[in-house]
Design a binder for this molecule. Structure first.
Ligand SMILES: N[C@@H](CCC(=O)N[C@@H](CS)C(=O)NCC(=O)O)C(=O)O
Length: 236
């Protein structure tokens, strides 16, 4: 099998990490193209250099002549090929539903530090970020985490979907470690209300391929350029 080509910004975990975790857990060979060859090929595909529909933004994945963008769509396509989702249609649809909700949550996390837009530096939108982050911590964070916790509970507590680990569990792991990095105080305050998510995070981190990946140089550290950013003034 020729390796998948993952296209994502080379210096951050970002949304690309949700694809990396799935590929790593599946043991699927892939090339992280921008990290190995720079962003030129990625930007060219976004400008329409490839066949068919051009991606709006990264992450996107190339496999043969297919170039597919949108994190949730990529995962929905990859997962059945690698046993990362149950075969039943309803389970696959619900996995996709959860993944799209995670995508919505990523926008909310991003907007805590960039509420006016990505074209401005954080320092240029700090007053708005402070207000937005306060509302995020008070309303949105408990709402989303409560929803994911409930989904786990209704499915028996251990997995988001089905009776085995799926790509949604991998993404929920990333959500939890990201929040612990960016909002340690607010996340700790919710800990008792999201015990299943906490336990899921530990279990995913212990999966052999995930553990090997996390210990490798392929796993980029969190940093001040990603979606999860540790600005103490936005936490509390
Ligand atoms: N909904 C898309 C969002 C993609 C996205 O926002 N990508 C970011 C990087 S994480 C980007 O560079 N977008 C380009 C832009 O918004 O101009 C997904 O889940 O993949």
């Amino acid at each position: 099998m020729s390796p998948y080509e993952l296209f994502y910004w080379p210096g951050i975990q970002g949304r690309g990490e949700l694809i990396r975790l799935a590929l790593e857990d599946a043991g699927a060979p892939y090339v992280d193209v921008a990290r190995e060859r720079g962003t030129g090929p990625m930007l060219a595909l976004m400008r329409g250099a490839g066949p068919g529909l051009a991606p709006f933004g990264p992450p996107f994945l190339r496999s043969g002549s297919l170039v597919l963008a949108q994190t949730a769509a990529i995962l929905a396509w990859l997962a059945p090929r690698h046993g990362l989702v149950p075969a039943a249609e309803r389970a696959r649809l619900h996995a996709h539903q959860l993944q799209l909700t995670i995508a919505d949550f990523y926008v909310e996390v991003h907007d805590t530090h960039h509420p006016l837009g990505s074209a401005l530096y954080y320092e240029e939108q700090k007053p708005e970020a402070l207000r937005r982050a306060e509302i995020f911590r008070r309303d949105r964070l408990p709402l989303f985490l409560g929803y994911f916790e409930k989904a786990l509970e209704r499915n028996g507590g251990r997995f988001a979907i089905g009776r085995r680990s799926s790509y949604v569990d991998l993404s929920l792991f990333q959500v939890m470690v990201g929040l612990e990095y960016a909002f340690p105080v607010a996340t700790r305050r919710l800990a008792r209300r999201v015990r299943r998510l906490q336990a899921l995070k530990e279990r995913v981190a212990a999966r052999p391929r995930v553990a090997a990946y996390l210990a490798s140089e392929r796993r980029l550290p969190f940093n001040p350029h990603g979606i999860f950013r540790a600005y103490p003034e936005l936490d509390g």
